[in-house]
Write a protein that binds this ligand. Structure first.
Ligand SMILES: C[S@@+](CC[C@H](N)C(=O)[O-])C[C@H]1O[C@@H](n2cnc3c(N)ncnc32)[C@H](O)[C@@H]1O
Length: 438
């Protein structure tokens, strides 16, 4: 079938209309014509596959990563960076129009100065092959581990640490854990980097105890990579979570630090810390610029993580309350407030919805940064009852943002929406919205 892509799906697949039917076609850019075949039919759409390109867009580039076609990590490497930004900008404004019926102008997306090598956290899975141990990401289609020597969106040093670990384990005949035979040991390795401190943390995750040749492997690792400040071994048999709860610290203190602006933050294996700190700083600066907090204002930072936004807001506000579900993140947030000498913040460990429903205090400004699902209806009802003069909504999913703004627009004017590119080469897009009480 001969087709032309007229739009993008949320994940960057080309959208083709054939009569009343929609077909999503991977690796097809808007305006491109191709011969496709239908790979599968879903209830409301089909999935196609390009057999032969008939015309190519000027926005098409050769993906720089040699693993791009098989690996599931990036989705937009076949587009120019400018076109990725256009696609993300449109995704936000389309969601507002179609879901929230909001026809507000969306500001130009804040682009990244480093569309590659921006991630401060690299996580690879291990598998066994005839040639020995491999480490990499799961293939998009087969879910098998793809042997990856370097990932172009990760920081280079992290890539190298995992390669060294793989070679060392292989040289001592350590095998990857195989869930079918239930044999083998190593499952994953994660490297976190303090981008501004250059400190590296290595987390080695195995199925069982018994770290063969541990002293030799650790000393070879730190000799080759002197920026490694801590190494943690975790035994984690879970099939759902890569990072476990129990740390066995085998080198250093079990945590690293990074700085962001004037603040220092502690990062542990379990901590949520933004993966693209330079862009996160732009996001936080923007949120605070829009909130225009003054010294009389009390601020609620809901979904506060390790307290990053709360600390930035504390410099401008009378008092900030951060609310976060994960106990460890709350204890890190308290530690971060202490080491940064901030005493006008308080962190509450609670479900943000439950906190809002039972909360008796009034906040002048509410900042929210929820996970992808967005806000719960009870949270929105409580905001409506509280009537803060301003709300700043940081979102990582345009469709849940639009759904929530649909509810909030009865009480607030949506004054500004600014997309931010935090995850170049992938379809994910963040945004900051300013809402002012009517
Ligand atoms: C997108 S992150 C934002 C963290 C922080 N604002 C930052 O920029 O680093 C969302 C945070 O919400 C927390 N969270 C998830 N569900 C929650 C809930 N129901 N109540 C409170 N916090 C929650 C997560 O643990 C995570 O730390």
């Amino acid at each position: 079938m001969k087709v032309k892509a007229v739009d993008y799906a949320h994940d960057g697949r080309g959208v083709v209309k054939t009569g009343k039917d929609l077909v999503f076609v991977p690796n097809l850019l808007i305006g491109e014509e191709a011969e496709i075949t239908i790979r599968s039919n879903k209830k409301n759409y089909s999935i196609g596959e390009v057999k032969n390109y008939l015309s190519l867009s000027k926005e098409r580039v050769t993906p720089p990563c040699m693993y791009y076609q098989q690996c599931g990590g990036c989705q937009l490497q076949h587009m120019t960076y400018e076109h990725q930004l256009e696609m993300k900008q449109k995704r936000v404004s389309d969601a507002l129009k179609h879901i929230a019926k909001l026809y507000v102008p969306v500001d130009d997306i804040i682009k990244s100065t480093s569309p590659f090598e921006y991630r401060n956290k690299i996580q690879m899975a291990f598998a066994n092959t005839k040639e020995g141990l491999i480490a990499g990401f799961y293939q998009a289609k087969t879910k098998k581990v793809l042997n990856i020597n370097t990932c172009l969106i990760e920081h280079e040093e992290g890539n190298q640490v995992i390669q060294t670990l793989k070679i060392l384990l292989d040289s001592y005949h350590v095998k990857a854990y195989d869930p079918i035979t239930k044999k083998g040991w190593i499952k994953h390795a994660v490297v976190k980097k303090g981008i501004y401190t250059n400190e590296l943390m290595l987390i080695i995750i195995s199925q069982t105890e018994g770290f063969k040749k541990q002293p030799q492997i650790i000393s070879a690792l730190i000799q080759k990579h002197p920026n490694i400040k801590t190494i943690i071994h975790q035994v984690n048999p879970s099939i759902y979570k890569v990072i476990g709860d129990k740390d066995h610290i085998i080198y250093g203190d079990g945590f690293i630090h990074d700085t962001l602006g004037e603040f220092t933050f502690k990062i542990k294996p379990q901590s949520f810390y933004q993966v693209n700190p330079p862009q996160a700083k732009k996001l936080y600066d923007l949120a605070l610029e829009l909130a225009k907090i003054n010294k009389q204002d009390t601020v609620l930072d809901a979904y506060s993580g390790v307290g990053t936004i709360s600390l930035f807001a504390s410099k401008k506000a009378k008092h900030v309350t951060g609310v976060e579900l994960i106990e460890d993140a709350v204890s890190d947030a308290n530690y971060n407030a202490t080491i940064n000498h901030i005493d006008n913040v308080k962190f509450v460990c609670a479900d943000a919805e439950t906190f809002m429903v039972s909360n008796q205090s009034h906040f002048d400004i509410v900042i929210v940064d929820p996970p992808r699902d967005g806000l719960k209806p009870s949270f929105i009802e409580s905001i409506k009852a509280m009537k803060p003069k301003k709300m700043v909504y940081i979102s990582c999913e345009p469709s849940s943002l639009a759904r929530d703004l649909m509810q909030l627009k009865t009480l607030f004017h949506v004054k500004k929406v600014v997309p931010v590119d935090m995850f170049s080469q992938t379809y994910h897009v963040e945004s900051v919205s300013l809402l002012e009480l009517k």
